[in-house]
Design a protein around this ligand. Structure first.
Ligand SMILES: O=P(O)(O)OC[C@H]1O[C@@H](O)[C@H](O)[C@@H](O)[C@@H]1O
Length: 285
């Protein structure tokens, strides 16, 4: 249970620790930048070796908080909204749990474009071998507001070509590679032989990511208040080559499975609080 002036690069944050795991969360973005096994230092989340860790850009990896919009699906000019590039305040801290808060007026960027009088709280909890991350958004104003959101987790895998995301068969997705055209997923698993960028609408509450080369299965359990799920791997394309904070070959080491509220905007009435969370854990396959 410690706060650090320079926890990740030059970014201040807090370190949580239990018997088995360590988790580091920066105040910049309320961003889970590391979740690792204590005994082996085995990192469970991907973070780019080129990630900017000085507050000039959202951290490429870990668990970015997308609020008040996912991607370009909202009024902000910033992709994924301002939460991931704003400095949050630590509100409560124990050995295994932190809550950080961001309020209207304290954000970096497009607070006015969004307009909502919000209080956003992000909580990260180490619970045994699992990590729970939750986002709560309270409407502190007098008129209702709406937003889209995601917890954009980058899972570290040994080889994306030998990784499969399961649980989505029979569901519908909007394909970001085809102007968000709707398609049905009839495959046993999502595989990564090229670029994948899909918004699964009304996704099941549990998804798994099988890292077959390593023999590790991540489990992602989400609340129904995050009805959607995004699956993303950028592969090696001109777009990735142009990303200054992502190495050309690093796509092999990551798969993003993001719990989200995207298809239908989330509405919060004055005085009300919306809450959604994910619990991520892992086991041998
Ligand atoms: O580069 P950014 O803004 O962090 O976004 C990364 C990716 O985030 C994913 O959630 C989107 O589906 C992708 O389209 C996007 O490329």
């Amino acid at each position: 249970m410690t706060t650090h002036d320079a926890l990740v690069g030059t970014l201040p944050g807090v370190r949580l620790e239990n018997d088995t795991h360590v988790c580091e969360i920066t105040r910049f973005g309320a961003h889970v930048a590391s979740w690792r096994v204590k005994r082996t230092s085995d990192e469970l989340l991907f973070r780019s070796k080129l990630a900017k860790l000085d507050g000039t850009k959202a951290i490429r990896g870990g668990v970015p908080v997308c609020f008040p919009q996912f991607s370009d699906m909202g009024p902000c000019a910033q992709s994924h909204g301002f939460a991931r590039t704003s400095v949050w305040a630590v509100e409560a801290l124990s050995a295994t749990e932190v809550t950080m808060v961001l309020r209207r007026g304290d954000e970096a960027g497009d607070g006015d474009a969004f307009g909502g009088d919000y209080e956003a709280r992000f909580t990260a909890t180490l619970d045994g071998d699992a990590l729970r991350t939750a986002l709560r958004v309270t409407n502190a104003g007098k008129s209702c507001f709406e937003f889209t959101s995601a917890l954009h987790t980058y899972f570290r895998v040994s080889d994306c070509a030998k990784t499969k995301v399961r649980g989505l068969r029979g569901t519908t997705y909007l394909d970001n590679l085809r102007a968000r055209a709707s398609a049905k997923d009839d495959e046993d698993a999502v595989e990564f032989s090229g670029e994948v960028d899909r918004i699964y609408t009304d996704a099941p509450s549990v998804l798994t990511i099988d890292d077959e080369a390593l023999g590790r299965r991540f489990r992602v359990a989400k609340t129904s208040t995050f009805p959607d799920a995004v699956v993303w791997n950028p592969a090696l394309t001109d777009k990735t080559r142009g990303m200054s904070d992502f190495g050309d070959e690093e796509y092999r080491e990551m798969v993003c499975v993001e719990v989200a509220g995207v298809k239908d905007k989330i509405t919060v009435e004055p005085g009300e609080t919306w809450e959604a969370s994910q619990t991520i854990s892992y086991s041998a396959i």
